[in-house]
Design a protein around this ligand. Structure first.
Ligand code: AMP
Length: 282
């Protein structure tokens, strides 16, 4: 496995690949790797001739400076995990390499970014659009792997690839969870043992909502009940609990078991903001 730090280094490495039908796979990450990331990595290693993982905590996608400052980092461990996973190359750029000057370009993904994460984290999807475009242009992968855990991000990146004609096939990987249901996230490392227990309300609420919807209860009733449950959970603050159509990313007021729908949730558990989602009829 080789670590590189700049686009110029990658251009040199790339120029040595001569095989025909060679495919380059990219897994963009912000590091502090866990088994969820490693699922993407395993799929990338399997599906591509050359696998590349990027590790870069992208400052411009954080709307909250404290979230950025406290974002966990464990580069040495990450590199060991990637080596074990059989990764070929790891791109670890510095901020000044990715942003030699302030980026003036602004992405507007339309209605997708006016709701949920877009509404609660202004500027977040612009930051995601900029960094993913830069990584796509620098690495020029044939395949790129993203997690369903960030469902709205997936919708945004699909638009990015379509609207800018990136010749890249997107592969979306299901969410990896702890045995009790908590979705793996780098931010989980910041949870106190007490908050770790409280987190379960996110997953359990989605499972409860799913059950009630399939029993015929109306969505708005279910949503109201879940909001009440969150209010009774001290130290947990619900931001949203919504039903969405995951491709266009539109909010739904009614559940139709024949339509593709997901529940999306975001909540602060203590100081840590967590998001999760559950496809109801995947
Ligand atoms: P991040 O480092 O949080 O930016 O995540 C890098 C990639 O890993 C993104 O495509 C995420 O959606 C994906 N990812 C994060 N957590 C999980 C998880 N629990 N299961 C599957 N993929 C995940």
């Amino acid at each position: 496995m080789q670590v590189f730090y700049t686009g110029a280094e990658w251009a040199t490495i790339r120029s040595n690949f001569h095989a025909e039908n060679l495919s380059i796979g990219l897994v963009p990450t912000m590091g502090a790797l866990h088994e969820g990331h490693l699922d993407l990595v395993a799929q990338c290693v399997k599906a591509s001739t050359i696998s590349v993982v990027s590790i870069f905590v992208n400052p411009i996608q954080f709307n909250n400076p404290e979230d950025f400052e406290k974002y966990p980092s464990s580069l040495q461990e990450d590199l060991e995990l990637l080596e074990k996973a059989g990764v070929d190359y790891v791109f670890v750029p510095e901020v000044k390499t990715m942003y030699p000057q302030e980026t003036k370009l602004r992405f507007d993904f339309g209605s997708v970014e006016r709701i949920l994460e877009g509404a609660f984290r202004p500027g977040h999807f612009n930051g995601v659009g900029i960094i993913v475009s830069k990584l796509f242009n620098i690495i020029q992968p044939d395949l790129a792997f993203f997690g369903q855990k960030d469902l709205q991000q997936v919708a945004v990146i699909k638009r990015l690839v379509q609207d800018l004609s990136f010749p890249i096939e997107l592969k979306i990987v299901p969410t990896r969870r702890e045995t009790d249901g908590l979705a793996l996230s780098s931010r989980n490392r910041r949870l106190s043992p007490e908050d770790r227990k409280k987190c379960l309300i996110l997953y359990e609420s989605m499972i409860l909502a799913q059950k009630e919807l399939f029993e015929g209860k109306k969505w708005l009733e279910v949503q109201g009940e879940i909001s009440q449950n969150f209010k009774h959970c001290e130290g947990v603050e619900l931001e949203y609990f919504e039903l969405v159509e995951p491709d266009q990313f539109e909010l739904l007021n009614e559940f139709d078991p024949n339509q593709k729908v997901s529940i999306c949730v975001a909540a602060y558990v203590g100081p840590v903001r967590l998001i999760d989602n559950l496809p109801l009829n995947a």
